[in-house]
Design a protein around this ligand. Structure first.
Ligand SMILES: O=C(O)CCC(=O)C(=O)O
Ligand SMILES: [Fe+2]
Length: 369
């Protein structure tokens, strides 16, 4: 009797990730992605953020739990007006539906600091997964738009070299009615919420609530529109592209609005992909590398990706929040003790971000945010 030889598919494959200090590798299960359970990516009602100290402390305990386990959670009751979201969605659609020639008016290559347009299949978040089937438009902090009003002529000398916004993104889009307003209004709402949320993080870390206020006056705050173009049925079947390759976010935390198409996946501790499927009315919040570092790895910056071969367009709008780029910060005092010495040297959020952008720069200026 002939013996049957079965070719076993390997249970794990190797995934290459980019970090500030070069590539790292993760073992990833070949099991198909499954839906996340509520205890893995919980939905947290954050309306207590607008309440009294008791409510804020109660919220902090739930945020702490999520930040220290998967590092991902959904927020509802966030207070970002629907009109601001819809205004940004319209701006995003109006931008991406333009001709390539018009979009290239604000090409990332025109600037110094990763503002503007990145074309489809010109960036590669993870070398294992090939080019990203994604277009994006990014704009970064400028004091004149800060919802906490700032006198642009009074920006401290040490902060000035770290202001990363570039005006060409607005000049090259001023033919799109209401575009800049749609972007800035949404960005301002995200920034207001992020400044409240960073106070919740201070509470999570047993620090005074205002601990981070002085380092978030001119903060890292990058607005991004992501567009994942639809594929035909045939293209989808033949495609080897992924929407956005596996990566971690860079700064303190990300507020992510996603439409209802789906595709966001999170790599859990066991190397299993879990789906962070869209939930109407929520944002996804996830911890970034800089906060993980400051908390001595207590809070988790988790690998994620967008796996999208949809036959309809997908849009998402992340907002990346960090500290003033000039501020050099080390591991937080509440995250070290005799048994847990600081694992990391102090570094500024600006230098940290730049290090990783340079790693991702396969060709100049194609960094994933
Ligand atoms: O499009 C998404 O849902 C996620 C985007 C993302 O992870 C990013 O832009 O860093
Ligand atoms: Fe991301």
């Amino acid at each position: 009797m002939a013996t049957e030889t079965r070719v076993q598919t390997p249970a794990y494959t190797k995934l290459e990730l980019r970090t500030a200090y070069g590539p790292v590798y993760r073992e990833v299960s070949t099991n198909p992605p499954r839906e996340a359970r509520a205890d893995e990516i919980p939905v947290i009602d954050i309306s207590g953020i607008y309440g009294d100290l008791e409510a804020r402390k109660e919220l902090a305990s739930r945020v702490k739990h999520a930040a220290e386990s998967t590092g991902f959670f959904y927020i509802k009751g966030h207070g970002i007006p629907e009109s601001a979201i819809q205004g940004a969605r319209k701006a995003s659609r109006d931008f991406f539906k333009q001709s390539e020639e018009k979009k290239l008016l604000v090409s990332k290559d025109k600037g110094k600091w990763y503002n503007g347009y990145t074309g489809n299949q010109t960036a590669m978040a993870s070398p294992t997964e090939g080019l990203d089937y994604r277009e994006s438009f990014a704009w970064r902090y400028e004091p004149q738009y800060d919802p906490d009003p700032k006198d642009p002529s009074a920006v401290p000398a040490e902060v000035k070299p770290w202001i990363r916004g570039e005006n060409y993104v607005w000049e090259g889009t001023d033919h799109i009615p209401g575009f800049k307003e749609g972007c800035i209004t949404y960005w301002q709402e995200c920034l207001k919420l992020a400044r409240r949320l960073v106070r919740i993080f201070a509470l999570c870390l047993d620090l005074p609530e205002d601990y981070f206020d002085s380092v978030t006056t001119y903060p890292g705050s990058d607005g991004v529109f992501n567009y994942y173009p639809a594929m035909s049925e045939e293209e989808a079947k033949a495609s080897r592209d992924i929407g956005l390759g596996s990566h971690t976010d860079l700064q303190c935390f990300t507020l992510l609005w996603q439409d209802m198409i789906g595709g966001l996946q999170v790599l859990n501790n066991g190397g299993q992909w879990i789906k962070a499927s869209p939930i109407e009315g929520t944002f996804v919040v996830n911890i970034g590398d800089y906060l993980m570092r400051l908390t001595n790895d207590r809070m988790k910056s988790t690998v994620h990706r967008v796996y999208n071969r949809s036959t309809v367009d997908r849009y998402s709008m992340p907002f990346f929040f960090g500290f003033n780029f000039n501020e050099t910060c080390g591991v937080l005092p509440s995250c070290v003790d005799n048994d847990h010495p600081a694992k990391y040297e102090p570094i500024s959020c600006g230098d940290w971000t730049q290090l990783r952008f340079e790693q991702t720069d396969v060709q100049p200026k194609v960094a994933v945010q």
